[in-house]
Design a protein around this ligand. Sequence first.
Ligand code: HEM
Length: 273
Amino acid sequence: MSDNNIFNYENGRWFKWTAALIIASLVAYIADTPAIKPNGGTWLGYTLGTIGAVLIVWLILFGVRKRAYGSNMGTVRGWLSAHVYLGLSLIVVATLHTGFEFGWNIHTAAYALMMFVIVSGIWGVIIYFRNPSLMGRALHGMTLEDMAKSMRDLDKQCRNLLPQASPSTKDLVEASAKVEVFSSGLQRFTGINPSCATTATVDAMSRSTAASTAGPEQEIYLLQVKKQQLIKRLRNYIRLRTWVELWLMFHVPLSFALLATLTAHIVSVFFYW
Ligand code: HEM
C-alpha cells in the first residue's frame, strides 16, 4: 500500500472526521432522554436522519466527481477516502436514527438497502486492496493499444528469424501468433487461459536443446517468453477490470435504488405520519 492511500489520506483526515461524527452521534444518543421511545421522529432522530440523508446524496455525487476530470474540488483519491469513511459512518448514524425500531415497511427497506450498498462498498475496497495494481499500474504504464502493438511486433520479429529456424519452430511461432487472450468468457474472472498457444510454444521450445544454445531458435524462444509475459499482464488487467465492473453493477444500481427508497421513506414520514 502506498503512504497516501485512501485509508491514511492526509494523515487520516477523513478517519478523524468520521470518528468525531460517530462519537458525537453515540454521545447524543446516550445522553438523549426523549419522552417517547427513541425513533426517527424525536429531535435527535430527525437530526441523525437529516445527516444520514445528506450523506447518502453526497456519497452518490461521488460518481459525478469521479467523472469531472477538470474539477478543482479536491483529488479523486481524497474524495474516495472521504466516501469510504463517511459511507461506513452511516452504519452508526442511520442505526441510531432508527432507534432500533425495525419492521416490514418502507423505512426498514431503505435501511436494509443502505446496508447492502455499504456491504457492496466494503467488497469494492477489498477488490482494490487485494489488487493495488488496479490503481493504474496493471499495464505498467502501457495502454491496451501499446500492448497489442508490442505483441504484434514480437510476432513479426519471430517471423523474420524463421528462415534460419527449423520447420517445427515455424509451426510453433505461427500457433503462438494466433493466441487468444481468452478462449471463453468465464476465463475473464480467473485471468487464466489454460489453452494459451503462446505458453504452449514457450513450453515446447524450452524442452528443445536449440533454445538453450545461441542462435535463431534461442532468440525466438526469448521473444516468445516476452510475449507470454505481456499476455499474462493483459489477462491480469482484464481480470481486474472484470471484477471492478461486476462490482460496480451492484454498488451503483443499489445506490440509486437506495435514493428512490430513501425519497419514499422521507415523503411517507412527512405526508402520512
Ligand atoms: C450509502 C452509502 C453509499 C452510497 C450511496 C455509495 C454510492 C457510490 C457511488 C454512486 C459511486 C460512484 C461509482 C461510479 O459512478 O463509478 C461509488 C463509488 C465507490 N464506492 Fe460507494 N457508496 C456508499 C458507500 C460506500 C462504502 C461504505 C464504501 C466502502 C467501504 C464504498 C466504496 C466505494 C468505492 C471504492 C468506490 C469507487 C469506485 C471507483 O473508483 O470505480 N462506498 N459509491
